[in-house]
Design a protein around this ligand. Sequence first.
Ligand SMILES: Nc1ncnc2c1ncn2[C@@H]1O[C@H](COP(=O)(O)OP(=O)(O)OP(=O)(O)O)[C@@H](O)[C@H]1O
Ligand SMILES: [Mg+2]
Length: 253
Amino acid sequence: MEKKPTASPFFALSGVRTSFGDKAVLRGVDLTIPSGKTTVILGGSGAGKSVLLKHLNGLIRPDVGSVSVNGEEIQGMAEKELLTLRKRIGILFQDGALFDSMSVGENVAFPLLEQGWKESAEIDAAVTAALELVGLPGEKAKMPANLSGGMRKRASLARAMIFHPECLLCDEPTAGLDPILSETISHLIRSLVRERETTAVVVTHDLGAMRIMADHVIFLREGTVRFAGDLEAIEASEDEKIREFLSATGGGG
Ligand SMILES: Nc1ncnc2c1ncn2[C@@H]1O[C@H](COP(=O)(O)OP(=O)(O)OP(=O)(O)O)[C@@H](O)[C@H]1O
Ligand SMILES: [Mg+2]
């Protein structure tokens, strides 16, 4: 049976609808994301997972509906408040989104500069600490093109964690990695968020990663929530679309 999250939710979405041109991507999303837990968002390609994730830190605003963080509505926030919000909510973008022309250190420092940090010694110390946290010590000067896939994910994770956020959003953190590396990165994220009781929202296609990280699972289909519950409940689900998704993406493994 679904275990109801006990603490008050970190995020609550209600009636969220978002379109791009005449394409309705989110078609009435209602969901809550529990505090201090990891929620995994599953769904087929184009289901709206990345779009949904970007609603959680105000990068995309809904056409209709409400998105709140710790009970506070995002819609009404001015740009300045959104900037503060993004310090509390780190994001690892799909494919890592490192700037190729900037070194690893400059990439990781980017959110600090966005927040107006100027002291180079402070920036340097924060970047060093973030790279150590993700197991990339001493790689500051490397260019992203010279990193392996796993190292790129770690660098992106360091950038997302630079402010020790209350909440970490990760979009496909294991995409493109071999199964062993995918497991390593999943465990790394798991331990980073557990240690700090960080709220995490992870979008993934990777069922192995889901099984390592998820406390709570949401299945998105055609812009609405088709399922919300725990890991056991989704594995046991008899919903045809969920079964299809789990078997197509290697649900037996
Ligand atoms: N900025 C945008 N402008 C126009 N259309 C967009 C924009 N962002 C997303 N879309 C469209 O919204 C739909 C959902 O996109 P989204 O990136 O959320 O899918 P997804 O579930 O993350 O898929 P994938 O698993 O392939 O990453 C797609 O049809 C996409 O083309
Ligand atoms: Mg996506």
